[in-house]
Design a protein around this ligand. Structure first.
Ligand code: AKB
Length: 313
């Protein structure tokens, strides 16, 4: 049985991943940490510690005290916030990652951290973006993600740390809102559909980005962490995507359930520029071939589930 330390456990991925890992590996075997402490199931339903990931000593102490053998490092600033505060992003995203990798090295832990479609840049092929391709991102977030992928590979090659990662697309979920990302519109549009039957998108018409529903993202993390290492030609990080959509595609899918749903646009130039520097549609074939990646939710199925869950919420 794994004993897992999670950072950023109150964030969009962390809050759902903590619950899923506790159901798979047992509540006592998942130690959730976050810089904040809120009134959440993450805090109440299993071990929880407050942790600022730039505090290397505290991270190491929590990991050692709990005898963890796996670290899932999620704490990071997302693309739009990182663009507003680039130095903070460098210090938090890279400082936190180095501390987490060092803890994994010293305690011989398996290690996961997410990369992103943000690791690609304007000179990357836009469609069927290959697993191995040009990576010259023009955002601080992208610089952090490429550096993180390289650093994770380095820790595997140099120190034998079992590092693994996924290049996540925009993740769509109903439990915890994302914050400060470029793809956040694809979550907001569902909340606004339920509240107002209308949405004003900060991403322009025709701007395609990869997306995935949270249950598929959580399963992908578990499947990759459980994958046979001898089958992994790549490690940091695998392209994974379930769909490539523009705002009008999400609106059309919502109109199947709410025919009068209204979409208009008030484009934010900063987030639009970030979106345009990313691929339209990445190719997930390496993840499929090396560890059996599969997404169960397409746009129609995800939309039906999102609207249903948000109505109940
Ligand atoms: C963001 O938009 O910053 C994230 C991502 C794609 O990494 N959702």
């Amino acid at each position: 049985m794994k004993k897992i330390l999670l950072t950023g456990a109150l964030g969009q991925i962390g809050s759902e991943l903590t619950a899923k890992l506790r159901s798979v590996y047992g509540s006592d075997n998942v130690i959730a940490t976050d810089i904040r402490e809120t009134d959440s199931h993450v805090v109440h339903n299993g071990p929880f510690e407050k942790l600022d990931v730039t505090d290397a000593e505290k991270m190491f102490d929590i990991a050692k005290k709990n005898n963890v053998d796996t670290i899932i490092h999620l704490a990071a600033l997302l693309s739009a916030t990182a663009e507003k505060k680039p130095l903070l992003a460098w210090n938090l995203n890279m400082g936190g990652l180095v501390n987490a990798l060092e803890t994994a090295r010293e305690l011989d832990c398996q290690f996961f951290t997410p990369s992103s479609i943000g690791a690609f840049g304007p000179t990357t092929p836009k469609n069927s973006t290959p697993q191995d391709t040009i990576m010259r991102p023009t955002t601080m977030y992208g610089v952090n993600k490429v550096s993180g992928e390289l650093l994770s590979d380095y820790y595997f090659q140099k120190f034998g740390v079992d590092t693994r990662g996924l290049r996540f697309p925009g993740l769509i979920s109903y439990e915890t809102l994302p914050g400060g990302g470029t793809t956040d519109y694809a979550v907001e549009i569902y909340y606004e559909a339920i509240k107002n039957n209308a949405y004003t998108s900060y991403i322009g018409e025709g701007t395609h980005m990869d997306m995935m529903y949270m249950p598929d993202a959580l399963q992908a993390i578990i499947d990759l962490m459980e994958a046979d290492p001898s089958k992994l030609e790549h490690r940091n990080s695998f392209n994974v995507s379930a769909m490539s959509i523009a705002p009008e595609d999400a609106a059309s899918a919502i109109r199947v359930h709410q025919p009068d749903f209204k979409l208009d646009y008030d484009v934010d130039p900063v987030r639009q520029a970030i979106a345009e520097s990313w691929p339209d549609a990445i190719d997930s074939s390496a993840a499929k071939a090396e560890w059996g990646f599969k997404a169960n939710f397409d746009l129609a199925k995800m939309t039906a589930d999102m609207l249903d869950k948000l109505k109940t919420k």
